[in-house]
Design a protein around this ligand. Sequence first.
Ligand code: SAM
Ligand code: DTB
Ligand code: SF4
Length: 331
Amino acid sequence: MTNAIAQPVQVIRRPAECSATEGRWPLEAVEALFARPFNDLLFEAQRVHRDHFQPNEVQLSTLLSIKTGGCPEDCAYCPQSVHYDTGVEAGKLMDSAEVLAAVTAAREQGATRFCMGAAWRAPKDRDVEKVAELVRVVKEAGLEACCTLGMLSDGQAQTLKEAGLDYYNHNLDTAPEAYGRIISTRDYQDRLDTLERVRSAGMHVCSGGIVGMGESRRERAGLIAQLANMDPYPESVPINHLVQVEGTPLHGLEPLDPLEFVRTIAVARITMPTARVRLSAGRQQMSDAVQALCFMAGANSIFYGEKLLTTGNPDWERDQALFAKLGLQAG
Ligand code: SAM
Ligand code: DTB
Ligand code: SF4
């Protein structure tokens, strides 16, 4: 007997007719995913997720700001820019002992990747030499190492690779057409060039963006299309929810509907099936229920530890309780 409710779910496939120049995911195809009924979208994302990953495993990355504040760039979301009065004080680059203490604590709590962030537009060569030492500290402690230091030259990417750096994070942040509203001190192509250098040096690429910056759904789709059409697409895709910080131009914006954030995660999962999709900034402001939907939508990595770079993140205990409640494991 057929049951009208139990119709087979339509499987979403990337358009077969795409030519190489159009990319794998034309903008319209990504927009069509965003427009799907919520349940269909989540079901498909979960199906894709289960095809490629253990469904209940979530990778844990801990962040440390190794050089805070005083950044010359004008990224409208960022509390570390010198252009905005946010109360973040500029600091010096941390030394190996400080990093070792943080790495040891992160490892004890179960983190497997340690990500070091610096508020630079682009590091100087001597900065990169010092960071290479810090990368060695992370690797000797047995964790994967990731850095986000701004724009890199070819030689700098090579130095970091030789120090053992596994991932380099450099976000596209938003769609090309929205970019000029957010940052004026560098352009989109600069970001793509740095990602190309990271790839050529043989490191894994970590690149994603921020949603909730007043962009349209089409622009959210544009960000995902940019990432998904990279060849290859990034191994790690952080989807950040804007953390609104007082003093930045984006403070006070109308908050994004949380279900639209969940949709963005699902679309990232479907279009980049083998990537680690990281539910990144913004978790402290999210309910457990919204985070659970993000995991259902295919997020399988988080930032783990009570601080992101300058803003808060759920503490270890809250995340351990959430994982227990959802039956999730570190992996
Ligand atoms: N200065 C380097 C750069 O911009 O590439 C590295 C550090 S920067 C803080 C790393 C990323 O953090 C940014 O690209 C952005 O995606 C994210 N970020 C910064 N401020 C944020 C905020 N208020 N909310 C969400 N994500 C944010
Ligand atoms: C990423 O995509 N998000 C992280 C990490 N990469 C470096 C940074 C989030 C920063 C949130 C604002 C802050 O704490 O300053
Ligand atoms: Fe500087 Fe990075 Fe913040 Fe932009 S996001 S202001 S480059 S620290």
